[in-house]
Design a protein around this ligand. Structure first.
Ligand SMILES: [Zn+2]
Length: 207
């Protein structure tokens, strides 16, 4: 099982153990793929001019804390394919580490998805997107947000997401204040999470 560990001064960076395997056999994977492609068309998931991908979608395997999620480095892919997903088998927030399997490894953003699933048994899907107008609108409206000093990819961000998620309604959108333009939606299913984002997207383009 190949292992990737990156260490930096100050905090434990994301690492993973990845086992090469076929795409996850999630019963709602096709729903999730269609929703991911909608979000890609709205440019809420994609690739920044510098080539860095952003955004990801996931769905829980019912009754477990395992989930299928778009794999690292798939922001450019369109249309998305089953082979662009992996399964997160387990995750350790204090160690900032996941165990995953599939054709490609999980991204560091999978920790925030895992934090929601762990905090909320009713959450069936999580969507993370980037969008400046939606981010500004929600901040102006005082939407729930993670602390500005909780940086992307840190255990602090994952913990902050979990704490917020536990206190919110079953369908909610969180502002990731320490992760520029980042929003995270969760809901019992992927369509409800997509619809919550679509409502904000529409308002952000109107105002
Ligand atoms: Zn992000």
């Amino acid at each position: 099982m190949p292992t990737s560990i990156h260490r930096d001064e100050g905090y434990i960076k994301f690492s993973y153990a990845h086992e090469a395997a076929p795409p996850p056999a999630h019963p709602r994977l096709h729903d999730l793929m269609r929703i991911r492609d909608d979000l890609h068309e709205w440019e809420l998931i994609g690739v920044l001019p510098d080539g860095i991908g952003y955004g990801n979608v996931s769905a829980r395997f019912a009754g477990t804390d395992r989930f299928a999620i778009t794999a690292s480095g798939t922001g450019l892919e369109f249309p998305i394919e089953a082979a662009h997903f992996c399964e997160v088998i387990s995750f350790d927030i204090p160690q900032n580490r996941v165990i995953c399997r599939g054709p490609l490894p999980a991204s560091s953003e999978s920790m925030s998805h895992g934090a929601v699933y762990a905090a909320r048994p009713d959450a069936g899907a999580v969507i993370h997107i980037h969008d400046r107008l939606m981010y500004r609108l929600l901040r102006a409206e005082g939407a729930p947000q993670t602390p500005a000093d909780a940086a992307f990819g840190t255990p602090e961000m994952a913990r902050a997401v979990g704490r917020l998620a536990a206190a919110l309604p079953p369908v909610a959108v969180i502002v990731m204040a320490g992760h520029e333009d980042g929003l995270l939606a969760f809901a019992p299913n992927s369509r409800a999470a997509r619809d919550a984002l679509w409502e904000i997207y529409s308002r952000s383009r109107r105002e």
